[in-house]
Design a binder for this molecule. Structure first.
Ligand code: PMP
Length: 378
């Protein structure tokens, strides 16, 4: 990857060297099943529980409120479907038009296969949900309200503090939030949040690793039936070493947020000012964003063409969510914000981390100018 620039950290991240070191060391040593009753199994189990407590402490929840999962997609599915199935009298879900596909498609499945009524809340042109829309949508039979903290395509930050308060005050629904793109980037407060999902590989951790926070009072049935692992909420042999390093990953991410947050914001501002000098470049991310994502469109060049041209110029970027990268459809997130199909079909997402530099940002702006001039538009 010499000279290649990685601007796709919302898609996934390089594994932190410290995390990788701990992981490889532990993996060689601790291979027996954490449920085994001999000493080695008990030791692994004890270490995993220590890591669970550490992760819980960092998130401000109790250890038995942490369910280790394979990532945020699984956590989102479990939160939405697992809770709905445990609340049989309630057949209504509230979510938004801009959720990640793992929430969106879980809700669609609840609608189409299980006959639930789902409200997909609209967003403002800033890409965020209005609190009074949430309030209006609440019903006596609302089982779950699932609203993401930070949007993965635009970096827009939802007013979760107000939303959770309204949900708690005005209903008996359980409030779930997908914090995958928020944790390690902005402060996340899980007080009054019933469930939260996150993923390790977005914060310089391992792929196939995540957590669902499920507060003790939330009813839930497991989607993966099996043994009593994860308090009975997720069957299957524990990925013990991966779960152990989750705590380390989270700690490093929260430390890095403090250490590098201002640097990344400054880098984002620098890149943004460069992009704004290019005629025809339209910024889609709102002012109020998580500080590391820039979504823009150059309407004359469709996303896929632009992405290929940037790839040839040495830049790794996304168009929309990587989980949607094989779809030709315009971005449903930008459409929900009221942007035209043309603008929503020509978007590019840059997502930064502390490993990026101003020099890379400047090179990007020059490359973009070059690509656009090649298309005869500058
Ligand atoms: N939610 C959001 C907001 C995401 O950005 C992603 C990753 N694209 C996911 C959920 C899914 O995460 P995972 O890859 O861990 O399943």
């Amino acid at each position: 990857m010499a000279n290649r620039v990685y601007f796709d950290h919302a898609s996934t991240t390089e594994v932190d060297p410290g995390v990788l070191k701990v992981y490889t060391e532990l993996l060689q040593k601790y291979y027996v099943n954490s449920e085994s009753l001999y000493d080695e199994g008990t030791e692994i189990s004890r270490m995993m529980e220590k890591a669970r407590s550490a992760a819980a402490g960092l998130l401000g929840v109790h250890a038995d409120e942490i369910i280790f999962t394979s990532g945020a997609s699984e956590a989102n599915s479990e939160a939405i479907k697992g809770t709905c199935f445990a609340c049989p009298g309630k057949k209504h879900i509230i979510t938004t038009a801009i959720e990640h596909s793992s929430v969106m498609n879980a809700c669609r499945q609840m609608e189409q296969v299980f006959g639930y009524d789902v409200t997909y809340l609209p967003v403002t042109e800033e890409g965020t949900v209005r609190v009074h829309d949430v309030e209006k949508a609440l019903r006596d039979d609302t089982a779950v309200v699932s609203i993401m903290y930070v949007n993965n395509e635009t970096g827009a930050v939802n007013p979760v503090a107000e939303i959770k308060e309204i949900v708690k005050k005005k209903s008996h629904a359980y409030f779930h939030t997908d914090i995958t793109q928020a944790i390690g980037k902005i402060p996340v407060d899980l007080d009054m949040v019933d469930m939260a999902s996150m993923s390790a590989h977005k914060i310089h951790g391992l792929k196939g690793s995540g957590v669902l926070v499920r507060k003790k009072h939330v009813p839930m049935v497991p989607l993966i039936s099996g043994g009593e692992q994860e308090y009975g909420y997720r069957g299957g042999t524990s990925n013990a070493v991966v779960n152990m390093v989750f705590a380390r990953t989270l700690r490093t991410a929260l430390e890095n947020e403090k250490k590098y947050g201002a640097y990344i914001k400054d880098l984002q501002a620098h890149l943004l000012s460069g992009l704004k000098t290019i005629p025809g470049v339209l910024i889609n991310s709102p002012e109020n964003n998580c500080g590391c994502v820039i979504n823009f469109s150059y309407e004359e060049i469709p996303s896929e063409v632009m992405q290929n041209a940037l790839n040839r110029a040495g830049f790794m970027v996304s168009a929309r969510s990587t989980c949607e990268s094989h779809s030709d459809n315009p971005s449903y997130v930008l459409q929900a914000m009221g942007f035209s199909d043309k603008r929503a079909s020509s978007c590019i997402r840059i997502s930064l981390a502390h490993t990026n530099t101003k020099e890379e940002a400047d090179r990007f702006v020059s490359a973009l100018k070059e690509i656009i001039s090649h298309y005869g538009k500058i």
